[in-house]
Design a protein around this ligand. Sequence first.
Ligand code: GAR
Length: 230
Amino acid sequence: MSGAARRESPLRVGVLASGNGSNLQAILDASASGGIDARVVVVISDKPEAFALARARRAGVPAVVIEKKNFASREKFDVRLVEILREHEVELVCLAGFMRILTPVVINAFPQRMLNIHPSLLPAFPGLDVQRKALEHGVRFSGCTVHVVDEGCDTGPIVIQAVVPLAPDDTPASLAARILDQEHRMYPAAIQLFAEGRIEIEGRRVSVRDAGIIETALVNPPPDDRSGKN
Ligand code: GAR
């Protein structure tokens, strides 16, 4: 927990997840240990088999399934999603491996109060299968991004990013695992910034009050001793 003033009560977070839910777990763990001033009050999944639902139940958090087959349109699905989030008095919505693009029905209900995590350094490699795309493109660095959700796919204002260098023998799976390690640090960190009211959004730019700066550049492959000045 940083030195910023504590909230009167923990930020009420609703998590949307379609799969394994390791990011959900990181948020639940950070909340349980007091690392973030936030509490997950509902987990919603569009996939009944999502392991995220079991993680929620294990933590005593209501776990709700809504399946697209029961709704005539994306908008009707999203109306129900908003209802559930409102029933649980959610203040911040966190997409954690939620594999649906939301309509304005949800985005307008939670303006600038929805975050998403994505396993690349956006705007590079939005969409799916991004670790393979990063490897095929030959980038030296990838990473993860927490951003505010807008109507596009992985396009909203960027809150925080972590850089992960690629290794020569990386596979999509090994890169995904190292990026996930960083995701599990970044998502709770971003939620905490939000809980502390330190995030200001102006157009595409997000400013984080009292954030430090990084002065050292990362180089990959790292320069060896013979390369001179480094
Ligand atoms: C994470 O890598 C997350 O960044 C990604 O899905 C994975 C979910 O893992 N999300 C996206 O690609 C969204 N565009 P998890 O279910 O173990 O948290």
